[in-house]
Design a protein around this ligand. Structure first.
Ligand code: HEM
Length: 410
């Protein structure tokens, strides 16, 4: 008889083995916060049945990211949660999965391209896309906030930035959605792993072709910028360029969908916060950060310890894999007053949703720009909003995103 897969072994474990907070369970997907709070209270430095440690306290997470000897890969060079058979479109060489000088080199090259004029010029395109989505919704008397705005906007923007033609956007959207799961593919069923690998191949083939085209004919887009990018005479090598492009696509798309969808859901459920924003539009910046804190698009990131570290009386050995439960830290009562309250007037919302330390999200300003336009634009223009469905359907993505959010305007 065949050995049970890792997923089958994990699914067979009782819920207590996970302290009621199994990231692969439907209950966790529906509402991770009560489980994370219990874990934070009862076992803040928790060894999971996978042998991975989970940290749930804000201070522990921040310290690990900023001031501890950590890496993104194990000492044998492998990434902790990836599917070892997934080699094309190799995620190991995306900057997020690299360490030390190699990581810094890639980050510097990509930042250069990413903070260039291509990105600054996006404000107009973002506003236009938000306006179109809202106009259509107003005319129809309602919309699916997810499909029509939270998915539509970031997918249009990242394709535009990259130089991917509009005619290929929907197929890209599908590949990017699949590829996102590569972050924890090792724990998923084989059928899922196959789809993730296929998406990796499709994206790598596509970008290979695009890079070849742009090499012959540079344009005003990110792929061309990456080709141009030079740092002390250094250039992105061919394979590296394609991997950074795929990584950026994955990093930029569903995460921003989560910010817009989860954020607007929080506003719909807390109409007094919408009224507060309406009365004082200068709160928009902190409102976007409160959306990111309150229901983060990324519930956890990871680090590997390079040496043994003691946390809250437990000694975690070198090469331990740590899941930093950003969603728990963002609601740590020792860091935030009334953490389960959605409150856009909070001061100093230093949430953890963009990670921290040397890998701090490179696209944070761009994501905030899209968040401000979509959340602020939607709330200032549509009339009273009614949820069509009471029960939310959360996606099985690695990111925390809704499948749909249909609303009526009344
Ligand atoms: C609301 C939307 C977003 C969220 C919540 C988010 C969150 C994150 C997180 C948690 C990390 C890992 C940080 C760490 O482990 O310390 C990350 C890394 C990264 N993000 Fe974002 N992100 C968002 C949008 C974007 C966008 C729009 C882009 C690009 C346009 C982007 C590009 C990146 C890149 C390149 C990295 C890797 C940085 C490195 O390794 O040095 N992200 N992001």
């Amino acid at each position: 008889m065949a050995e049970p897969s890792l997923l089958e072994q994990l699914s067979a474990l009782p819920d207590e083995a996970w302290h009621g907070s199994n990231p692969l369970s439907a209950a966790f997907r529906d509402n991770p916060y009560p489980g994370l709070r219990a874990l934070q209270k009862d076992d803040p430095v928790n060894l999971t049945p996978l042998g991975v440690w989970r940290l749930t306290k804000y201070d522990d997470i921040a310290t690990i990211m900023k001031n501890s000897p950590v890496a993104m890969t194990l000492s044998d060079g492998t990434a902790p949660s990836f599917d070892p058979l997934d080699t094309r479109g190799d995620f190991h060489r995306f900057m997020l999965n690299m360490d030390g000088p190699e990581h810094l080199r890639l980050r510097r090259l990509v930042i250069k391209a990413f903070t260039g004029k291509a990105v600054k010029l996006m404000q107009h395109a973002i506003d236009e896309s938000v306006d179109n989505a809202i106009e259509k919704g107003l005319a129809a008397g309602g919309m699916d906030i997810c499909a029509d705005l939270a998915v539509d906007l970031p997918s249009r923007m990242i394709c535009r930035i990259m130089g991917i033609p509009e005619s290929d956007r929907l197929i890209f959207q599908r590949w990017a959605g699949e590829r996102t799961k590569a972050f924890w593919a090792r724990f998923l069923p084989e059928t899922e792993q196959l789809k993730i690998r296929e998406a990796g191949v499709a994206l790598a083939d596509y970008f290979d072709r695009l890079v070849q085209e742009r090499r012959k004919n540079l344009q005003d887009d990110l792929v061309s910028e990456l080709i141009r990018a030079e740092d002390e005479g250094d250039k992105l090598r061919e394979g590296e360029l394609v991997i950074q492009a795929i990584g950026l696509l994955v990093a930029a798309y569903e995460t921003t969908t989560g910010l817009i969808g989860n954020g607007l859901l929080a506003f719909i459920k807390n109409p007094e916060q919408r009224a507060l924003l309406h009365s004082d539009s200068s709160l928009l910046d902190s409102a976007v950060d409160e959306c990111l804190r309150y229901d983060t698009p990324i519930l956890f990131n990871w680090r590997v310890l390079q040496e043994a570290v003691e946390i809250r009386g437990k000694t975690l050995p070198a090469d331990s894999v740590l899941w930093l439960m950003l969603g728990a830290g963002n609601r740590d009562p020792d860091r935030f007053n009334d953490p389960d309250n959605f409150d856009i007037s909070r001061k100093n919302i230093a949430h953890l949703s963009f990670g921290g330390g040397s890998h701090y999200c490179l696209g944070n300003q761009f994501a905030r720009m899209e968040g401000r336009a979509a959340i602020g634009g939607f709330l200032s223009r549509v009339p009273k909003i009614k949820l069509i469905e009471k029960k939310m359907e959360w996606s099985n993505s690695f990111f925390r995103v809704l499948n749909k959010l249909p609303v009526e305007f009344i």
